[in-house]
Design a protein around this ligand. Structure first.
Ligand code: C5P
Length: 398
C-alpha cells in the first residue's frame, strides 16, 4: 500500500529523533519515498548526513536557503508529498502548528500544506500533560490533524508516563492507514451532531439531552473509509471525531449557517438534535427575579429545519441526504412520513422511549427508511451502527 507513495517527514528536535532514522528505513523498505525536513533543534539529536543517507535524498532545513528555494521552494515542498508526517512532534512544534506560526522551514511547510498531516508526539510526561499541550492537541485534532501515540513507558528523562514517541512500525501503520484509498476517498461528507443551545439570556439557555455520541461515531466511521468529513457540532459531551474538520456552533441558526458554508458535499448526515424553537424574547442582560414575584414569560419562534432546507435545495443539494428520527411511538409510520415531509433520501429511525435505554446509552436499535423499504437493523453498539451506515453510504455514492 505504501509503494509509490511520497511522505514529507518533518523531524523535530527531541530525543526520539533517533527513531525517525528507523522510520525512514521502514518506509523506504516498503517502497515509500521520504523527503526529510529537519528543524534546527533536530540537528542536535541526529545528523543531517545520517538522515540524508537513509532517505537517499537531500535534507531540507533552512527557510532562507537560496539553493533549496531555487530547487524546490517551501510551498512546492509542502505540496509535493501525499502526506506530511511529523516525528517526533515536540511540544514546541505542536504549539507552533496549533497557532499557525511559520518562523522556520518546518512550521512554514506545515502551515502551507494542502495535504493531511500525521503527528507522532514525543515529550516529557509533564509537558504532555500540561494544559497548554492538551489544548494544542485538541486544536490540532479539530483542524483534522491525525495523531499516533504517544506511548506510555519509561522516558529518557527518567520519568514514567505517556510521552514516548510511538514505535516506528506503529507510525508506519498509521501512515498506511492515512494513505489508504478507502471507498469514500475524495468524497466530502457533512455530519451534524450534538444538541443546540438556544439562549434565554447571557447565562441561561434551552438545551436537550443529546450527547453527540452517535454523530461522533458516524464521523469516525466515515473518516475510516477515507472521506473528508466536516463535523458541525453543537455543545456535545462526546469526544470530537478524529481526522474530521470540526466546526463548533451553539444555536440552530449558527448550525444552518455552518452547514451552508460547508457545502458542497457529496453526502450529508443530520444527526444533530436541533432545538425546534428559539427564544425570540432572549435578553442581552441576565433576567432578574421580579421583586413582586411576577414570572418572566418567554416567547418562541420556530427554528429553521436544517435537514429540510438542505434536502429541498434546488442547486447544490448533496447526492445523498440522511436524517434521523427519534420517536417514542409508531416509529416506522412517523419516520416514513418525516422522510416524505423533509425530502431527504434516508431516515435513520429509532425508538427513544426510556425503557429502550437508547437516549444517552451506548447502543442503538435502528430502522433504515429509504424510498423502497424499512430495514430493521439488529441492536448494536453505536460504533457498529455508524460503521454499517458509513458502508452503506460508500456503497450508494456513485
Ligand atoms: O423533526 P425532527 O426534529 O424529528 O427531525 C429530526 C431530523 O431533522 C434529524 O435528522 C435532525 O438533525 C433534523 N433537524 C434539523 N433541523 C431542525 C430540526 C431537525 O436538521 N431544526
Amino acid at each position: 500500500m505504501l509503494a509509490g507513495k511520497h511522505v514529507l517527514l518533518v523531524i523535530g528536535g527531541g530525543i526520539a529523533a533517533f527513531k525517525a532514522l528507523d522510520l525512514i528505513r521502514r518506509l523506504r523498505e516498503r517502497g515509500c519515498q521520504v523527503t526529510p525536513v529537519m528543524t534546527n533543534a533536530a540537528g542536535e539529536f541526529v545528523t543531517p548526513l545520517s538522515v540524508s543517507a537513509l532517505a537517499a535524498t537531500k535534507v531540507y532545513s533552512d527557510l532562507f536557503d537560496l539553493t533549496d528555494e531555487a530547487e524546490m521552494g517551501h510551498i512546492e515542498l509542502s505540496r509535493a508529498a501525499d502526506l506530511i508526517v511529523v516525528a517526533p512532534a515536540t511540544a514546541d512544534l505542536m504549539a507552533k502548528m496549533a497557532n499557525g506560526l511559520a518562523g522556520d522551514l518546518a512550521s512554514t511547510v506545515l502551515l502551507a500544506t494542502d495535504k493531511r498531516v500525521l503527528i507522532a508526539p514525543s515529550m516529557n510526561v509533564r509537558m504532555w500533560d500540561h494544559p497548554a499541550t492538551q489544548r494544542n492537541l485538541k486544536t490540532l485534532q479539530s483542524d483534522g490533524v491525525l495523531v499516533v501515540g504517544p506511548d506510555e513507558g519509561d522516558m529518557a528523562c527518567g520519568e514514567y508516563g505517556p510521552g514516548r514517541m510511538a514505535e516506528p512500525l506503529d507510525i508506519v501503520a498509521a501512515i498506511d492507514h492515512a494513505l489508504s484509498d478507502g471507498p469514500l476517498k475524495g468524497k466530502h461528507v457533512l455530519v451534524t451532531s450534538g444538541p443546540t443551545h438556544e439562549p434565554i439570556d447571557p447565562v441561561r439557555y434551552i438545551a436537550n439531552r443529546s450527547s453527540g455520541s452517535q454523530g461522533t461515531a458516524i464521523a469516525n466511521a466515515l473518516v475510516g473509509l477515507g472521506a473528508d468529513v466536516t463535523f458541525v457540532t453543537g455543545p456535545a459531551d462526546a469526544d470530537d471525531p478524529v481526522g474530521a474538520k470540526i466546526v463548533r456552533v451553539e444555536t440552530a441558526a449558527d448550525m444552518l449557517d455552518a452547514v451552508t458554508a460547508a457545502l458542497p458535499a457529496d453526502a450529508a448526515v443530520f444527526a444533530a438534535a436541533v432545538a425546534d424553537w428559539r427564544v425570540t424574547s432572549a435578553s442581552d442582560r441576565k433576567i432578574k427575579k421580579d421583586a413582586n414575584g411576577a414570572l418572566p414569560s418567554l416567547e418562541f419562534a420556530e427554528n429553521p429545519d436544517i435537514l429540510a432546507t438542505v434536502s429541498q435545495m434546488e442547486k447544490g443539494r448533496p447526492e445523498l441526504v440522511i436524517g434521523f428520527a427519534a420517536e417514542t411511538n409508531d416509529v416506522i409510520a412517523n419516520a416514513t412520513s418525516k422522510r416524505d415531509r423533509k425530502g431527504c433520501d434516508w431516515i435513520v429511525a429509532n425508538d427513544v422511549s426510556p425503557e429502550t435505554g437508547i437516549m444517552g446509552g451506548s447502543e442503538n436499535d435502528v430502522t433504515l427508511i429509504t424510498a423502497d423499504a424499512a430495514e430493521d437493523w439488529p441492536r448494536a453498539g453505536k460504533d457498529a451502527v455508524a460503521q454499517q451506515l458509513a458502508e452503506r453510504i460508500a456503497a450508494t455514492l456513485s
